[in-house]
Write a protein that binds this ligand. Structure first.
Ligand code: GRF
Length: 216
């Protein structure tokens, strides 16, 4: 039986679209059963609707700082749709430790840096300021600490001398669209095991992807 996945978004939804595309394959072990946005103006909502995926909008603004109340509504929608796994894809709202605990091992996030480097906001600009020569993206299980948690998969790209945050973000985004579906496939297919809190894969999966402009 395919695992039922909800994708949570706040904006553009390009990772969401990549997950929807991948999950359309007959052999993909998960189906995208629901897309939830916490913002009515999220472009991704329209894209999801156009793909025939069920959507829900739970506006977070009226809840202000009452995170438990927002999460109670969110949980009831997830329950209604019998969701097994949650993928955060540009979801710009923090959760309480209780909610995260409830979904531990079943909630994934993608972040555009090679974690644990550059968590938080504007990771691409952080990478440029640090002068790193390689950056990338990370898919990880969600824990209460932001942009941390057991790492499922990473993809790396070269940082170029004349990169701007936007140019680097675009290069990283390409690899995000490859590793998020691949990581979800591993989790939904039961190919992840933990050893001392570290994710290991079984089968032939390689949890690292490298794309890089040719360097001579
Ligand atoms: C991505 O860079 C993702 O890694 C980060 O937020 C961005 C969302 O982009 N968490 P999109 O909405 O998936 O296009």
């Amino acid at each position: 039986m395919k695992r039922r996945v909800a994708i949570l978004i706040s904006g553009r939804g390009s990772n969401m679209a990549a997950l929807i595309r991948a999950a359309a394959a007959a052999d993909f072990p998960a189906e995208i059963a629901l897309v939830i946005s916490n913002r009515a103006d999220a472009d991704g909502l329209k894209k999801a609707g156009a793909s025939g995926i069920a959507t829900a909008m739970i506006e977070s603004k009226p809840f202000s700082n009452d995170r438990p109340a927002f999460e109670a509504v969110l949980q009831s929608v997830l329950d209604q749709h019998r969701i097994d796994l949650v993928c955060l894809a540009g979801f710009m709202r923090l959760f309480t430790a209780d909610f995260v605990q409830r979904w531990y091992g079943r909630m994934l996030n993608i972040h555009p840096s090679l974690l644990p480097a550059f968590p938080g906001l504007e990771p691409q600009a952080q990478a440029l300021r640090a002068g790193v020569k390689i950056s990338g993206a990370t898919v990880h299980f969600v824990i209460p600490e932001t942009d941390a948690g057991p790492i499922l998969m990473q993809g790396a790209v070269a940082v170029l001398d004349d990169d701007t945050p936007e140019a680097l973000a675009a290069r990283i985004l390409e690899i995000e669209h490859r590793i998020y579906p691949a990581a979800l496939r591993l989790v939904a297919g039961g190919q992840i095991r933990f050893e001392a809190g570290i994710c290991k894969t079984s089968g032939e999966a390689t949890p690292a992807v490298l794309i890089s402009p040719a360097v001579s």
